[in-house]
Write a protein that binds this ligand. Structure first.
Ligand code: ARG
Length: 457
């Protein structure tokens, strides 16, 4: 029997169905159903015999799903109905007892929070794997000079290790954000019923324990409405994907002939269909472009949640594709970043040559004047004049004569030429977190410690 006189319009059915995408929640749905059935029996709400029948049926459903034999029917609106429908086909009317003291509202919230928790954990592992690769590459390129950039103009030389470690710290913060998202998944929605609780004295703590939650969610209304954990995952994923987009952008630039700083591994490069000589950095380019897609999903879910009256509304079904596509996109991006970071080979000579542009040491000359008592602003002006003189006459800073130096400031003596000697540039950046080798070694040490620590502590 149904309360309706007319069947669903086929277009409404298509709009309303979520089986096309929520079927990926089946592992969570089965596990939660198992815990729910056990709890119902422990409270005498169903008999032990019915529980055993349900558990046996669920096992068969699980086997079929695992082996890909499960046949979805065109009438299965979502994964929850598909599993219950087939369970009932397998074990008969007892199958209908599984939904006692449960609503699809607390059921779907539970599946989704379990799924998000697992993906937040995966993301912490994947970020840690990338951090480890960056650390290893930094150790291998400890003292390789390269230009550091601002405005994509050569600014000051740094060591390649230092530059790679910058990404390490970005990823370390990402890992903490995923740990935060994981903690937001620690309260069990199941037991909230449709919204108000259920008419049975259920044991939510037992279910929480069974499913690995810290505790039951304290408010049934909030429990079925809450998708904060998905927003938290998406937020962490957005920032992480944005970090990877910056890495991708640098790999694209660096692997160009113009820079020539690195060569990407073949496994992460593509050929051209028309120009046989080309090796294109497609994976690095995609790292750039995948990030806004993840960010759009964060914004999309904010849109779904915005001004949504409590409690469950069908709008909430639209949470899933945002989350799922972001998960898939981020997992791929992290794998690609790991592949490229692990396999990229750097060209020491090109890096050093680019870092050897003497103009890059202009700040060091200014600092020499500062050490001799000149205010920094004034020193900046003096060096700018020296740079202009050199550039206008097609010479290097070290080609300027002592007379030309004296014309700008009597504080400039032979020390000027020492400061311009290459070895000096990097090793003078002695401040904590700077590029001088002892500081980079310190940084490597704390990076190793952070990598070994559990995130968020
Ligand atoms: N497919 C639905 C979703 O993803 C399941 C919950 C349906 N609940 C309901 N009262 N219609 O949100």
């Amino acid at each position: 029997m149904s309360r309706f006189h007319e069947p669903q319009h086929p277009d409404f059915a298509r709009m309303n169905t979520s089986i096309g995408f929520d079927r990926r929640l089946w592992p969570q749905d089965i596990v939660q159903s198992r815990a729910h059935a056990a709890m119902l029996a422990s409270r005498g709400i169903i008999s032990d015999e019915d529980r055993d029948t349900l558990l046996r049926g669920l096992e068969e459903v699980q086997r079929e799903l695992e082996q890909g034999h499960f046949v979805f029917s065109p009438d299965d609106e979502d994964v929850h109905m598909a599993i219950e429908r087939h369970l009932t086909e397998l074990v008969g009317a007892v199958g209908g007892r599984l939904h006692t003291a449960r609503s699809r509202n607390d059921q779907v919230a539970t599946d989704l929070v379990m799924y998000t928790c697992a993906r937040a954990r995966d993301a912490q592992q994947a970020t840690a794997r990338l951090m480890a690769a960056l650390l290893e590459r930094a150790e291998q390129h400890l003292d390789w000079p390269m230009p550091g950039y601002t405005h994509l103009q050569r600014a000051q030389p740094v060591y390649l290790s230092h530059h790679l470690l910058a990404y390490f710290w970005m990823l370390a913060r990402d890992r903490e954000r995923f740990a935060f998202a994981e903690r937001q998944c620690s309260r069990l929605p199941l037991g909230a019923g449709a919204l108000a609780g259920v008419n049975f004295d259920t044991d939510r703590e037992m279910v929480a324990r069974e499913l690995g939650f810290a505790e039951p969610a304290p408010n049934s209304i909030d429990a079925v409405s809450n998708r904060d954990f998905a927003l938290d995952y998406l937020s962490a994923a957005s920032t992480c994907a944005t970090h990877l987009s910056r890495l991708g952008a640098e790999l694209v630039l660096w692997s160009s002939v113009e820079f020539g700083f690195c060569e990407l591994p073949d496994a992460w490069s593509a050929g051209s269909s028309i120009m046989p000589q080309k090796k294109n950095p497609d994976a690095a380019e995609l790292l750039r472009a995948k990030a806004p897609r993840v960010v759009a999903h964060l914004s999309g879910l904010h849109g779904v949640m915005h001004a949504l009256p409590l409690t469950y509304n069908k709008d909430l079904q639209e949470d899933k594709e945002h989350l799922f596509d972001a998960v898939d996109t981020l997992e791929l991006a992290l794998a690609a970043a790991h592949g490229m970071v692990s396999g990229v080979s750097f060209d020491r000579e090109r890096l050093e040559q680019a870092a050897g542009d003497e103009l890059i040491a202009a700040t060091d000359v200014a600092d020499l004047l500062v050490r001799r008592g000149m205010p920094f602003r004034e020193a900046h002006g003096v060096v700018a004049a020296l740079v202009r003189t050199a550039v206008d006459s097609g010479r290097r800073l070290s080609d300027l004569t002592p007379e030309e130096l004296a014309a700008q400031s009597e504080l400039l003596d032979d020390e000027y030429y020492k400061v311009l000697a290459r070895e000096h540039w990097l090793e003078s950046k002695v401040s904590m977190g700077g590029t001088a080798l002892p500081r980079v070694r310190e940084q490597l040490q704390s990076a190793r410690t952070v990598l070994e620590q559990a995130p968020g502590h």
